[in-house]
Ligand binder design. Structure first.
Ligand code: MRU
Length: 366
């Protein structure tokens, strides 16, 4: 996608192939800074501290991280160590595990001296595939948007989204935002309600930045506003991303997604989840088994932003001494989700639906 007319992906190798570069998402929307990741440790740290985030991008960064580790030591032991370090960075997004396995599978039976280069190539392929997968998700989602827009007889289609499942969360395009970009580009009149997504404000800072950069009309709302807007008939459809979908169709996504899905059900608002097949966890039967990331309470007790003088600052918003809890994700039961939008089409939110599109039961090539 473009920022001030210049096309960007979220991660790319440097021209000399010595490192990868990423957009530092902790600085957006106020600063556009590029961060160089030259070692496995730097890649792991970027995932942990959310310089990069979003399930597909976490996977892509980890893939490059593993390739970087193999440059220093291409032994089986070093591969396993780097795999485990990267896997421990964030627990909920299953794309991380998927991408690491893909690199391990690509290199394990190779001579050591060829492993690093093979891993680097595989990481690049993962990135290219992710772009194509997201483009296809966009095309399938676009059909739903066309149908929804047709019912509006020319009036603006109001879409609600939570967190950031746009191109910043992937390598390009995004999952939930891909159909939004395509619908906008096609001339469908639409407007997006952007949940701010406390505590880290991925909606207010990242989704609003993306949509604004593309010219898509949007308004940031407090997380608690969505239910009211749905009751008032001001939301035509909701679409979100996901970090892990279990076999039965339960969906882990950013904390607060579940409440939006409940409100959508109560108000007969279609609630779609967009996902690449790399986000399906065929090994888990249901959502209660998904590990939910617990992050630091300081993300709740403090907020970051820009001061009037332009400098960035973090301020405390709770009384000193108040405890805080910070579960990063929640699980939306499959029954609350209208449909899954995948790279192979839209399906029912159950095992049968998932298997109808992915009979091989594993992350396929697009
Ligand atoms: O904690 P984050 O910012 O990594 O959480 C991101 C989300 O919850 C996204 O909705 C999800 O990863 C899907 S991204 C296509």
């Amino acid at each position: 996608m473009k920022i001030q007319g210049q096309p960007y992906r979220t991660i790319w190798p440097t021209p000399d192939g010595s490192a990868v570069e990423v957009i530092d998402q902790t600085k957006l929307p106020h600063r556009f800074e590029i961060r160089r990741l030259a070692t496995m440790e730097e890649a792991a740290d970027a995932i942990r501290t959310m310089v990069v985030r979003g399930a597909p991008l976490i996977g892509a960064t980890a893939a490059y991280g593993l390739a970087l580790a193999l440059r220093d030591d291409a032994s089986d032991e070093a591969l396993d160590r780097a795999h485990d370090t990267l896997l421990a960075t964030r627990p909920t997004a299953v794309n991380l595990r998927w991408a690491l396995k893909r690199i391990c599978d690509a290199v394990r039976n190779r001579p050591r001296e060829t492993r690093a280069a093979a891993a680097w190539r595989e990481a690049a392929i993962i990135c290219d595939e992710d772009v194509e997968i997201c483009r296809r998700i966009g095309e399938h989602g676009l059909k739903l948007f066309r149908e929804a827009a047709a019912k509006k007889n020319g009036a603006t289609l109001n879409v609600l989204t939570h967190c950031n499942a746009g191109w910043l969360a992937c390598v390009d395009w995004g999952t939930a935002l891909a159909p939004i970009y395509m619908a906008y580009d096609e001339g469908i009149p639409l407007h997006v309600w952007v949940d701010e997504t406390r505590p880290r404000n991925q909606g207010a800072s990242l989704t609003a930045f993306e949509l604004g950069s593309h010219g898509v009309p949007h308004a940031v709302i407090a997380d608690n506003a969505g239910g009211h807007l749905m009751q008032a008939g001001r939301v035509d459809l909701a679409i979100v991303g996901t970090d892990r979908v279990t076999r039965n169709g339960d969906v882990a996504n950013k904390i607060g997604t579940y409440l939006k899905a409940l409100a959508a059900k109560d108000n007969a608002v279609p609630f779609y989840v967009a996902l690449p097949s790399t986000t399906i966890d065929w090994t888990l039967a249901s959502g209660d088994l998904i590990p939910i990331e617990e992050r630091a309470g300081t993300e709740v007790t403090h907020m970051s932003g820009r001061l009037p003088d332009g400098s960035l600052a973090t301020v405390e918003i709770t009384p000193q001494g108040s405890a805080a809890a910070n579960p990063g994700f929640d699980v939306t039961p499959a029954r609350l989700v209208t449909g899954f939008v995948t790279e192979r089409g839209v399906c029912a939110t159950n095992e049968q639906g998932l298997r109808s599109l992915f009979p091989e039961g594993a992350a396929p090539k697009p």
